[in-house]
Structure formats: C-alpha cells, structure tokens
Design a binder for this molecule. Structure first.
Ligand SMILES: NC(=O)c1ccc[n+]([C@@H]2O[C@H](COP(=O)([O-])OP(=O)(O)OC[C@H]3O[C@@H](n4cnc5c(N)ncnc54)[C@H](O)[C@@H]3O)[C@@H](O)[C@H]2O)c1
Length: 409
C-alpha cells in the first residue's frame, strides 16, 4: 500500500497545551485506575499527587511507586489541597456519588465511562459541576484514540467529501473475564451495553459529529450462567441522515483482532486465544470470582508495560464511507481508499489518554470546552439506554439529549 501524502499527517498533529501540569488524584485503583495511572505517569502534562481506594493492596503499591498519599476513602483525597482534579475510576454505581463529592470540594472531575447509569444521575453530576464551578470530563473512551481523532479531522476537513456511513465492529472475551455479581446483572450496570458499548457509541458520535437522531438495536443474552447482554448490534441515524452500524460481542468465541493484524486493544501484539477466558473461568469454578477479579485486576497486581506498544490502541474495526473515499483504522494509523487506490497514513505512537489529558489541560488552563464534557457524557448515557430500550421493545427510539462536538474538534 502506498503511503499517504505526508502533509496530511502534519495537518493532523495536535498543538501542545501550555501551562503547569494538572495535579491529579485517582479514586479507584482497579483495572481502569491502573490504566489511568500508567497513562498519567507517562504524560508530561499530568502529575499524580494522591490516590484513594478502599482496598489496601493497590493503595500500598501506589504509595510505594509514587511516594504520595494513598487514602482509604475519597473524602480524604478530596480534602488534600494538592489535588486539583479527581479521576473517578470506581464502579459505575458510585460515579454520581463520587463525582458530586469531588465537585463539592472544588475539585475538577474526570469521570470514567459510562458517566452514570441513569439520566437523572447525569443531571445530578452536571448540576454539582455547575454549582461548584468545576470542569467535568467523561472518559477515557476509545473515541480519543489517535486513529479515531485523525479520522474525525479528515472527515471534518471535507477532503473526502460528505460523510454518509459509519461502521464499527468488535468481538472480544469481555463477558468471560472475572466478574463481580453486579457486572453480570444489567439492572445494576452489568453486561456489555453499560461497559463496552460506550466506547463504540463515542466513536460513532465523534466521527458523525455528535447529533444522533435515533437508535434501533438488538441484544443477546447467550449464557444462563452469565445472564446479561453478551452481544449487541445497532443501527444509528444522525440528524443529517448519516447512517451508522455497530456490532459487539464479548462471547469469547471469535476475536476480531484477527481482522486487525493481531494487534490487541491497547496496541500490543497478541496471540490467538479463542475460548481461553471461558476455560479460565471453568478452571476457577468454586472460587469467589469477584475476589479473584479484585486481586488480579488492580494497580500493583497488573503487569502493565511502561513503554508504548508497537501498534496504536483500537476498539475493533471502524470504517467511514464518504463521497470521495473510505477510511479505515489500521494498527499503525489509518488506511485511505479512493480512486487512486489504497494509501496508508502512519500516525505517531500514542494512546487515547493523551487526547483526554490535552482536553483536561485545555479546560483547566484555558477554560475551553472539553470534547467529552458532561453534556457529551449524558448524551452517551442516553444513547446506551435507548439501545437497551430499543432491544427490549423491538422498535426505533428517538433521542433528545444529543450534543455536537465542540467546533474544531
Ligand atoms: N476507559 C477504559 O478503558 C475502562 C477500562 C475499565 C473500566 N472502565 C470503567 O472504570 C470504572 C471502574 O471499572 P474497573 O474495571 O476499574 O473496576 P474495578 O472493580 O477493577 O476497580 C474499581 C476500584 O474502585 C475501588 N473502590 C470501590 N469503591 C470505592 C470507594 N467508595 N472509594 C474508593 N475506591 C473504591 C475498588 O476497590 C477497586 O479497586 C467503570 O465505570 C468502568 O466502566 C473504563
């Protein structure tokens, strides 16, 4: 494949953000917290100044690695004057309570996806941020990945003509990783809809500009022993008529990294391992799965490499169809297909966290609206709930809380 014109790569580079590093406190040192700590510790514009977790082991590991306080509860973290912004990386059912506590102590808030499980909770968080005059960001999601950001900028530049259609597809082992009981109960935020589809919805809303009109979906529960959605497919329509489809399965049978050169979600090289998560769960039979999860998937227990992996992070195959050509995410960046053939666009190695950190720094140092602010997060929750409702009622659902991406994003 021919390389794409290099002026394109230069035009896609994001400008550096001026100002002092943001002093970040981490609430929740589980899987998401460990990924955030790794990303923040590699970023130049972020300084890790404290953490909180109810579990002793990840707290001790964090305090040892960074030489800063690790508290047993969020309130102490919020009272720490060195903390400027709090990252809420606790399970979703605590997001509203923890975001409100951080905001009420005057801390800016970065909240994991999904922002909350109900629109009412999203409103409570938005109100707390308004009342206390703090910035609110929702992420990380894979919509911040370098390839998705570059794709968005090419679409928005108009050089490929008008966008008409988007497709995103991902097959993983998600449902068969170790889980707590509530993670297998849709009513309590379990299953792929609340946990994995926020990434796909954010990717599609980012590429399509944000203004969704309606959602039609079908979901599948595949295993009585894990009685929550394992797979889903949806058709989304944007206000301007752009059509989008998404497919996700966390059943641990097919792995769509096979279609992506065996580059894993984080960009690491990967060996095929179909069914291995199911076999591991069968091997753990009799053990407390929630305890195993807490012990294995936490800061200190997870062996996360510090250097950037050889490929870019991704969330499956994503393709945009424009009048003048098509764009596809690749392990090294993007592939562009037009009447001249296929071209590869290599992007600098990096992660989605860099986009989130750039937004955080811009918001705190220059007062700009983050790409994924609280209204964007609420729109994501609305789309996720509409998807579940559509599957349940077998009909198209109109959405009403959608927001456009900020100008220039
Ligand atoms: N962006 C991503 O790529 C990504 C990846 C994984 C999870 N997530 C999101 O992050 C959130 C957490 O998921 P996870 O998989 O890390 O869960 P987890 O269970 O692995 O980690 C949660 C951590 O929060 C701690 N905790 C619970 N209650 C607390 C409290 N009151 N105060 C302080 N700490 C408390 C737990 O001890 C645990 O260490 C979820 O909303 C999930 O959707 C995002």
């Amino acid at each position: 494949m021919e390389p794409a014109d290099d002026t394109l790569a230069c035009a896609l580079a994001e400008p550096p953000v001026p100002g002092a590093p943001v002093r970040l406190g981490i609430c929740g040192l589980g899987l998401a917290g460990a990924l955030m700590v790794r990303a923040a510790s590699l970023a130049t514009g972020i300084r890790l100044v404290a953490a909180a977790d109810t579990r002793e082991a990840p707290r001790a590991a964090f305090a040892r690695d960074f030489g800063v306080p690790a508290y047993a509860d969020l309130e102490h973290l919020c009272k720490d004057p060195d903390v400027e912004a709090v990252y809420v990386g606790t399970p979703h059912q605590f997001h509203a309570e923890h975001a409100v506590m951080a905001a009420s102590h005057g801390k800016h808030v970065v909240i994991e996806k999904p922002m909350a499980l109900t629109l009412a909770d999203c409103d409570v968080i938005l109100q707390a941020a308004r009342t206390h005059g703090v910035q609110l960001l929702v992420g990380h999601t894979h919509a911040y990945d370098p390839a998705i950001r570059a794709m968005r900028r090419i679409i928005a530049s108009g050089r490929m003509g008008r966008l008409h259609m988007l497709a995103t597809l991902n097959y993983t082992d998600f449902l068969y990783r170790p889980r707590r009981a509530e993670e297998l109960d849709t009513a309590r935020g379990g299953g792929i809809v609340f946990n994995q589809l926020p990434h796909q919805l954010d990717i599609l809303r980012t590429l399509g500009g944000g203004l969704l009109r309606s959602v039609r979906a079908g979901c599948a529960v595949l295993d009585a022993a894990r009685p929550t959605e394992a797979a889903a497919t949806a058709f989304l329509e944007f206000e301007d008529g752009t059509a989008a489809s998404m497919v996700y399965s966390g059943a641990d049978y097919f792995d769509s990294d096979e279609l992506h050169g065996w580059a894993g979600e984080g960009g690491e090289p990967k060996q095929p391992r179909h069914g291995s998560a199911r076999r591991a769960r069968a091997g753990d039979a009799g053990a407390n799965e929630g305890e195993l999860r807490a012990e294995r998937l936490a800061y200190g227990a997870l062996q996360l490499r510090r250097e950037l992996p050889p490929h870019l992070p991704h969330f499956g195959t994503t393709i945009a169809t424009c009048e003048g050509g098509e764009l596809k995410v690749s392990p090294g960046g993007l592939n562009l297909y037009d009447t001249d053939g296929a071209h590869s666009l290599a992007l600098p190695r990096g992660s989605g966290y860099e986009g989130l950190f750039a937004d955080l720094r811009q918001a705190l140092r220059a007062g700009t609206r983050p790409r994924h602010d609280g209204h964007w997060g609420k729109a994501g929750t609305e789309a996720m709930l509409a998807l579940l409702q559509s599957a349940r009622e077998r009909r198209e659902i109109r959405v009403h809380c959608q927001v456009p991406l900020p100008a220039g994003a």
